[in-house]
Ligand binder design. Sequence first.
Ligand SMILES: *Cc1c(COP(=O)(O)O)cnc(C)c1O
Length: 433
Amino acid sequence: MQSLKSFDPDIYNAIRDETLRQTETLEMIASENFVSLAVLEALGSVMTNKYAEGYPRHRYYGGCEHVDIAEGKARFRSKKLFGAKYSNVQTHSGSQANMAAYLTLAKPGDTIMGMHLNHGGHLTHGSGVNFSGRLFNVVAYTISPETGRIDYDEMLRLAREHKPKLIVTGASAYPRIIEFDKVKEIADEVGAYHIADIAHIAGLVATGLHPDPLPYSDIVTSTTHKTLRGPRGGLILTNVEGGEFMLANMPKPKTLPQAIDAWVFPGCQGGPLMHVIAAKAVAFKEALRPEFKEYQQQIVKNAAVLAETLLSRDFSLVTGGTDNHLILMDLAPRGLTGRDAEKALEMAGITTNKNMVPNDPQKPFITSGIRIGTPALTTRGMKEEEMRQIGNMIAYILEDLEDEERQKKTRDDVRELCKRFVIYDIPEAIEED
Ligand SMILES: *Cc1c(COP(=O)(O)O)cnc(C)c1O
């Protein structure tokens, strides 16, 4: 980073300090991960300079022969990874992937069903502050207050009553398997489309550790930066090849893949981020290797051991455990809030986020829960033994939120632990004059 260092010390330092923070703390936000140096190199490349509106070999600009290779590889590899017939790798984020997918299958004003934000759904699944809640009439399904699991009977009842145009599945804070086959039955019964948003669990799906939504949905959307461990971005897949979709200014109907492409560009976006698409291609290549399956298996094992450790210290977990990469701690029985717990853990060098739990007595900005994930620490090479150690650290901190000595002592232990699991080299500090 020589040029940045001399030209812009402020930003150089911010990047350096962020590298240090990522290295010296325990990153347990369930949606975060650490990309490889190969992915970082592609991201920081000259492909950011290129305008490439359109799709490979059908661009609105000249000079696209090399970026076409990057996008072609990204498409091919993502199809192979998920066993999909069609892939669009251009969406800038998971939210944009959802926007393009919804608009492909529904019109503004139509009714859509998604999981309630406070029950683990995502903003784009129908929240009133998001495009999804503003453009569509939203009916939210929820989790059962008794079990903490998705209430599929309630989903069916709501679907029969409201006849949605589409049902969105997927979640941002749900520790259990999602039964896509059941949702498909519900969608078929009421004549709705099914979009499966696998933003969080994409890595598990790609390696067969979570049921595959492709056979049971019309469109699958995802991010590329969570368990999939690629650059920040979105992905759209489908195995439906036919269909008849009318698009603006087009006299003849299009197939579903053609309609998705058109809704991504020019429907929702302009020029694609070619450096990000190149980095996606690199990440998909990594994900196709056998080591990636071992990595995903370790994520799940690590989450299970962490859950076990916290249960052994008498903490409650929503649904009593986990099937995937994340855990939702319910702190209400301990009389704690998610906000205070998040803060105390952060002081101890453990980064998590507050999260609503079923029947949460607190407001969304306070909450009674903490969401904890293992993807990032597993990338660092941490295994069961470290998870036991970290589970006990978390319990120790939460048993007395006021005790700053505990936090300081744990902060030192965290730093020592982190030293054994190197992730990135720290750029050198700028010398003071
Ligand atoms: C993270 C997430 C998204 C959106 O991803 P962004 O890239 O942040 O827009 C969409 N859906 C679900 C379920 C998510 O967890």
